[in-house]
Ligand binder design. Structure first.
Ligand SMILES: [Cu+2]
Length: 123
C-alpha cells in the first residue's frame, strides 16, 4: 500500500516538473505608452523579462527602458541580434534602447548567454 502511495506522489511530482519546464506559461504582453509622437515601454529585468513581449506601433519612434532588478551575471547584458545591440544593464538602474519601428515585424532580444528571451512586436 505504501509503495503505491509513493508511486502516485512520484508521478505527480514528475508531471509538475515537466509542466514547469515545458508547459506553455501565460506570457504578459506589454503595450507602449505614446506621448508626443514617441513611444516608451519598460521591461523589468528580474529572473527574466517582464513583460517578455512588447508591442510597438509602427512608424512611431520607440525607446525600450530596461529596469535592472537582477544581480545575476546571466541577465547583465541584453542583446538585440537583429539590431547589433549589446548593452550592459549593470552600469545604471535603467538602460534605454532605441527600437527602429520603420517596418513591421518581430525584433528578438535575449540575455548575453541566450537563455532568457523576449521580443518586440512592431505592427
Ligand atoms: Cu543568461
Amino acid at each position: 500500500m505504501q509503495t503505491a502511495l509513493i508511486l502516485v506522489i512520484s508521478v505527480v511530482l514528475i508531471v509538475a516538473i515537466i509542466w514547469w519546464f515545458f508547459g506553455k506559461h501565460e506570457q504578459a504582453v506589454g503595450q507602449a505608452k505614446t506621448t508626443n509622437d514617441h513611444q516608451t515601454a519598460t521591461v523589468v529585468v528580474k529572473g527574466g523579462y517582464s513583460p517578455s513581449t512588447i508591442v510597438l506601433k509602427k512608424g512611431v519612434p520607440a525607446t525600450l527602458n530596461f529596469d535592472m532588478k537582477d544581480s545575476t551575471a546571466c541577465l547583465s547584458h541584453v542583446v538585440f541580434d537583429q539590431l547589433g545591440v549589446d548593452k550592459d544593464l549593470t552600469k545604471q538602474p535603467v538602460t534605454s534602447v532605441e527600437i527602429p519601428t520603420d517596418k513591421a515585424g518581430d525584433i528578438n532580444f535575449a540575455c548575453g548567454m541566450n537563455m532568457f528571451h523576449g521580443k518586440v512586436v512592431v505592427k
